[in-house]
Design a protein around this ligand. Structure first.
Ligand SMILES: C[S@@+](CC[C@H](N)C(=O)[O-])C[C@H]1O[C@@H](n2cnc3c(N)ncnc32)[C@H](O)[C@@H]1O
Length: 340
């Protein structure tokens, strides 16, 4: 029996995900722009914005420097052969695996009784290893679809608040892991990169660039280290309470270098329109959620490229409950880039 591919790209917990704002962001961009054929989501995260852009524009470029995000984009969008019947049979057989028949492994030893109950962690590690061993019997696209399906399926049952900086410190009730296939497509119009955004913008062009960098000190590579590890599967030694690997892909946007990095990025965009998301948590009391770039800096930097408008949308937001910031606004800047 074919497994239904019910998992869409936005069905994932991800800090700063724009799923709830995506329609507003895309409608605003559409109203403010003309003659757009290509779109670039340069800090794509979950790619929910790219997902809408794909429905509107002839070419979409998707970039993020995390390995797990990159694999997910390839799984959902990259052109490639998939035998759905073969994958369904394979996933059905993975779902039959009984955790108590499985030995302790890298995943359960490191993450068991932390991010997942021990039995479920054993099953996840066993499945990941099996996919690696069977890699040669799958196309690259099928391999990406299987690993992305594993990520989306375990995301639902992880003992976390939506990221892997920490786990919830209480006894974990055993969960039933049921792997479901993601709803993949094979699209020629999508171009996927895994590069530092500031480097990539020097090489590409698009009619619209959507820019949504991290604005506080919390590094995405540290939030989602477990998925990075699961995707790379080179099994490094892990340390600390959250069992993290050595640092990699640390973003300048999460440090005091952020204003300079943003200025450099914006000044190198080869484009007609720039759309920048920003939320005004700058005055937050918690230093880790305080913004590294101010509203004024964003405005000044964008205005150097052309006339800039700002649009507002109110919404509830994540900040670990430390601040009651009633005035929270989600902002969208749109710059009409001056011709040189
Ligand atoms: C605020 S999130 C984007 C959220 C996204 N718009 C969504 O709706 O899911 C910022 C993203 O930028 C990525 N990132 C941070 N610094 C980067 C850099 N220098 N180059 C490429 N990607 C970077 C992070 O991995 C993260 O996924």
């Amino acid at each position: 029996m074919d497994i239904t591919q019910s998992i869409t790209i936005g069905k994932r917990r991800y800090i700063g995900c724009k799923a709830k704002l995506a329609d507003w962001i895309m409608q605003t961009i559409e109203t403010e722009t003309n003659n757009v054929h290509s779109f670039c989501d340069i800090f794509a995260g979950t790619a929910v914005i790219s997902d809408l852009a794909i429905k509107k524009y002839g070419k979409v470029i998707i970039n993020d420097f995390l390995y797990s995000n990159n694999l997910i984009y390839k799984a959902f969008y990259e052109a490639g052969e998939v035998d759905n019947q073969k994958l369904s049979v394979y996933v059905n057989s993975l779902n039959q695996i009984a955790p108590d028949q499985v030995e302790d492994n890298y995943f359960s030893i490191n993450y068991g009784n932390k991010f997942f109950d021990f039995q479920t962690a054993k099953k996840i590690g066993f499945i990941r290893e099996l996919i690696e061993q069977d890699k040669n019997s799958f196309t690259t696209k099928e391999y990406c679809v299987l690993i992305a399906s594993l990520i989306y399926s375990i995301d639902k049952i992880a003992n976390t608040l939506g990221h892997y900086e920490a786990y919830i410190k209480k006894e974990i009730a055993p969960k039933h892991l049921e792997l479901k296939l993601i709803n993949y497509n094979s699209l020629e119009q999508v171009e996927i990169h895994r590069e530092d955004s500031n480097q990539l913008v020097r090489k590409i062009k698009a009619d619209v660039f959507y820019v949504d960098p991290p604005y506080n000190s919390r590094q995405y590579s540290r939030f989602y280290h477990l998925y990075e590890n699961l995707v790379k599967w080179d099994k490094p030694t892990l340390s600390g309470a959250a069992m993290k690997p050595a640092e990699e892909n640390m973003s300048d946007y999460c440090s005091s270098k952020a204003p300079k990095a943003f200025d450099d990025l914006i000044s190198h965009l080869n484009t007609k329109y720039i759309a920048v998301s920003y939320n005004n948590t700058y005055h937050s009391k918690s230093s880790s959620s305080r913004n590294k770039i101010t509203l004024e800096e964003i405005k000044d930097i964008l205005s150097k490229r052309g006339p800039t408008k700002v649009f507002e949308h109110s919404h509830p937001f994540f900040n670990a409950g430390k601040t009651n910031f009633n005035n929270h606004k989600e902002l969208l800047f749109i710059t009409h880039v001056n011709e040189e």
